[in-house]
Design a protein around this ligand. Structure first.
Ligand code: BV8
Ligand code: ZN
Length: 242
């Protein structure tokens, strides 16, 4: 089937679906200038995210981990949603039932106007106190001092889910529910290697949903997806809307 025919088919499925779920990864923010995790040359000073985004790394060197997050926050603060984020906002407005599950912590989906967003890996603008366990939104870039401190004196950590940490229970349960009951799952910009997020597409297929993948490269999901569109999400997602 030609790419044009594939896009036409995917657009028809989305037009008639009563319930749509979406799963996004770092690739959907790439065209906004947010580096992906698997960009060549790593994300920062050639550290691997798997080495920095862990509780052990934070325990060992909270200042180094905070320097990485402060660098990412400052970079993301200058990024804007791209046409892919806006297309997902438009699809949400047309769909009877819609849930957007994102692995991204950059907050660009909300800035594009998406309403029902489940942030299964947390949010880089949230900070959580190790002492009083309060989570607040802190938008300051750069942060005045690293590691930042809570009003109670406790040390703050980024409000994201690190490797080896459980996902937020409520968001994860809602994500599984949405994926099990949707007619179409749209998967955009994820390498499909991080679990348990990567188990959502197989769960959708097992529940009888159609899975449309959008990715600039082949992924472990591409072979199993009902339809796999190759190209940048900023260009392809707008083509899926009438
Ligand atoms: C957990 C927040 C258990 C932090 C993130 C061995 C085998 C299998 C699994 C494991 C294993 N060892 C450990 C695990 C589990 C581990 C895991 O999956 N590891 C991976 C590396 C193998 N998972 C966990 O640890 C999870 N927790 O399992 O807990 C548990 C349970 C109970 C009690 C205790 C413990 C937690 C995982 C969450 C980690 N946190 N982020 C932060 O951001 O700083 S994950 C982080 O990496 C991102 O959030 C993102 O989700 C992920 C990267 O994935 P992608 O989003 O897909 O991005 P990526 O760069 O990889 O790919 C980009 C894609 O876009 C590419 O395909 C590219 O082709 C495409 N693309 C690029 N440009 C475009 C594009 N597509 C379209 N258009 C474009 N323009
Ligand atoms: Zn505190």
């Amino acid at each position: 089937m030609t790419a044009t025919a594939q896009i036409e088919t995917a657009r028809a499925w989305l037009r008639t679906a009563r319930s749509i779920a979406v799963l996004t990864g770092a690739g959907i923010s790439a065209e906004s200038g947010v580096p992906t995790f698997r960009d060549p040359g790593g994300l920062w000073r050639n550290y691997r995210p798997e080495d920095l985004a862990t509780p052990e790394a934070f325990q060992r060197d909270p200042l180094l981990v905070w320097q990485w997050y402060d660098w990412r926050r400052s970079l993301i603060a200058n990024c804007r949603p791209n046409l892919g984020h806006y297309a997902l906002r438009d699809i949400e407005q047309r769909a009877a039932a819609f849930t957007l599950v994102t692995q991204n912590v950059d907050g660009l989906h909300e800035r594009a106007g998406s309403q029902r967003v489940l942030k299964i890996h947390g949010d880089i603008w949230w900070v959580t106190c190790l002492q009083c366990e309060k989570t607040t939104t802190d938008l300051r870039v750069p942060l005045p001092d690293l590691p930042p401190r809570c009003a109670c004196g406790g040390m703050l950590r980024p409000g994201v889910v690190w490797f080896g940490e459980p996902l937020p229970q409520w968001a994860w349960q809602q994500a599984e529910e949405a994926v099990k009951t949707c007619e179409v799952l749209l998967v955009a910009g994820t390498s499909a290697v991080v679990y348990p997020a990567a188990s959502l597409a197989p769960l959708a297929l097992a529940s009888g949903a159609r899975v449309i993948e959008i990715n600039s490269e082949e992924t472990p999901l591409s072979g199993a997806a009902t339809c796999s569109l190759r190209g940048p999400s900023g260009e392809l997602l707008p083509l899926l809307i009438d």
